[in-house]
Design a protein around this ligand. Structure first.
Ligand SMILES: NC(=O)c1ccc[n+]([C@@H]2O[C@H](COP(=O)([O-])OP(=O)(O)OC[C@H]3O[C@@H](n4cnc5c(N)ncnc54)[C@H](OP(=O)(O)O)[C@@H]3O)[C@@H](O)[C@H]2O)c1
Length: 450
């Protein structure tokens, strides 16, 4: 029988992959860790070896074997998946390389986590593989990185602050990315964003082709849709902001739809009645709300710079020549934010993120139908952490993997799900708190409803 590794990190040689390897190795030799074996996988053994040297001076390829697998070679993916309990897929853009990896994991019945921020990939995988993944006992969870665990858990954390009879109506998440040096990210994330905008029509067509899902029951008025590029100044926060068309709102929405269909959450494959009650109790504290995500800057020139990057991607992505320009001159069109070589280690170490969740709702759900019908209560919560792409993302991914290894019986037998519905009722938030990603209640206050 082939060796079974607790985790196989596919795309270990990539910019993010190598930070994921470094984070995973912290748990390889620690006493109570469920990670007893790790293998690195990719298409180039020399690069995998360099990754291992960079990530750890103390581990050799004898302790951490290297597996050859290429996303364009399905038999190599099947060999990899057949040796894994969990594959952590760090090979992107996922729209190009992700689906064969999911197919191999589902076929092998192993679990699969990734750090995709591409809604079309995630929803296509759900449409094509969910039923087979249930049958095979393969749990497939995309978006286990900065996209979209802070948004999912941050939203659930804000929701839990609304104690009955209070109900939320809308949560606006304000994302701030800061650094003592420069905010820099690797090219692959930019490429995924450009390709996402270029193929927006495919996502619309995919959604139209799928059966209608249960809708979350949100109390109070639907948000007024404004122009996507409108800049706003939030006086209380002292921040300028503009809408961020990231995956977060769509991922949270999927979690809320699954919750509407399964009000007690998803049954664990081998959970006992106590755990089932705990899960149901957790979800009974969650009240659905609309979620919007905005990116912020402290100054007007700062937000204009972000808007300029967004507009250039929005305007040029749809045309082949425009795409060529965007993808060949990323540092020009992203005004220096995205680089083909990625950030330096110093830039990664000095970056951090902050996500403020400003929830508006009603102190009593009855008020939805009385008076002005406008929210009278504001609850502000916050998620903070280190560099979003290369420090927070590996922490988030590895903590999700640790939960899979330690608490598999409490999680669904298989299927394709967003992270919130799977990890929401687990101890993921506590684990993140212990690993440098904090969740805080900032304020609860009355606001004018007239
Ligand atoms: N959720 C988040 O917040 C978050 C954060 C960071 C990154 N990401 C996403 O993660 C993905 C990777 O980003 P990155 O910056 O690490 O990119 P990268 O540096 O370009 O790394 C890509 C990796 O994929 C591998 N690869 C490419 N084609 C392959 C193939 N055919 N078969 C096997 N391996 C292949 C590369 O292998 P070689 O070394 O052999 O070329 C490399 O290991 C992107 O989609 C990015 O958007 C998400």
């Amino acid at each position: 029988m082939a060796t079974s590794y607790d985790i196989v990190i596919f795309g270990a040689s990539g910019f993010t992959g190598k930070y994921v390897v470094r984070e995973a190795l912290k748990f390889l030799d620690s006493p109570n860790s469920p990670i007893k074996t790790i293998a690195l996988a990719g298409r180039n053994p020399n690069k995998l070896s360099e990754t291992l040297n960079w990530a750890s001076k103390s581990h050799t390829t004898a302790a951490v074997p290297l597996l050859l697998a290429d996303a364009t070679d399905p038999p190599s993916l099947r060999r990899m998946a057949s040796q894994a309990k969990i594959v952590l897929n760090c090979v992107g853009p996922y729209r190009y390389y992700g689906e064969p990896v999911v197919a191999a994991c589902v076929e092998a019945g192993c679990d699969y986590l990734d750090i995709s921020g591409e809604p079309e990939f995630m929803e296509r995988v759900e449409a094509v593989y969910h039923e087979k993944a249930v049958e095979k006992g393969s749990l497939v969870v995309s978006a286990c990185g900065f996209d979209s665990v802070p948004a999912e858990l941050g939203f659930l954390f804000n929701s839990r602050q609304w104690v009955s009879p209070a109900v939320p109506n809308r949560v606006e998440a304000y994302l701030t990315v800061e650094s003592d040096r420069s905010v820099v990210a690797n090219f692959a994330t930019y490429e995924s964003a450009v390709l996402g905008v270029a193929n927006a029509d495919k996502l619309v067509a995919l959604r139209r082709s799928r059966p209608k899902r249960a809708r979350p029951q949100i109390r109070g008025p639907a948000p007024v849709r404004g122009p996507g590029s409108a800049i706003e100044y939030h006086k209380k926060l002292g921040l300028w902001s503009v809408k961020l068309p990231s995956a977060d709102a769509t991922v949270v929405r999927r979690t809320l739809c699954i919750l509407a269909e399964n009000p007690k959450g998803l049954q664990g494959v081998n959970e006992d009645p106590k755990q089932a009650n705990k899960r149901a109790a957790f979800w009974s504290t969650i009240k659905p709300a609309h979620l919007g995500v905005k990116i912020t800057a402290k100054t007007r020139p700062g937000i204009l710079r972000i808007l300029a990057i967004g507009l250039s991607i929005g305007m040029l992505s749809s045309y082949p020549h425009g795409r060529w320009l965007l993808l060949n001159f990323p540092w020009v069109f992203s005004l220096g934010v995205f680089k083909k070589k990625g950030p330096t280690e110093e830039e990664v170490a000095s970056a951090r993120f902050k996500m403020l969740f400003v929830g508006h709702g009603f102190s009593d759900s009855e008020l939805v139908y009385k008076g002005s019908g406008k929210p009278d209560t504001e609850i502000v919560t916050r998620v903070t952490g280190p560099d979003a792409g290369y420090v927070a993302t590996p922490i988030l991914l590895i903590q999700c993997a640790l939960i899979l290894l330690q608490q598999r019986g409490d999680l669904p037998k298989g299927g394709v799900f967003p992270p919130g519905i799977v990890f929401g009722p687990t101890d993921l938030q506590d684990r993140l708190q212990e690993n440098g990603i904090s969740f805080d209640l900032i304020s609860k206050s009355r606001i004018s409803s007239t």
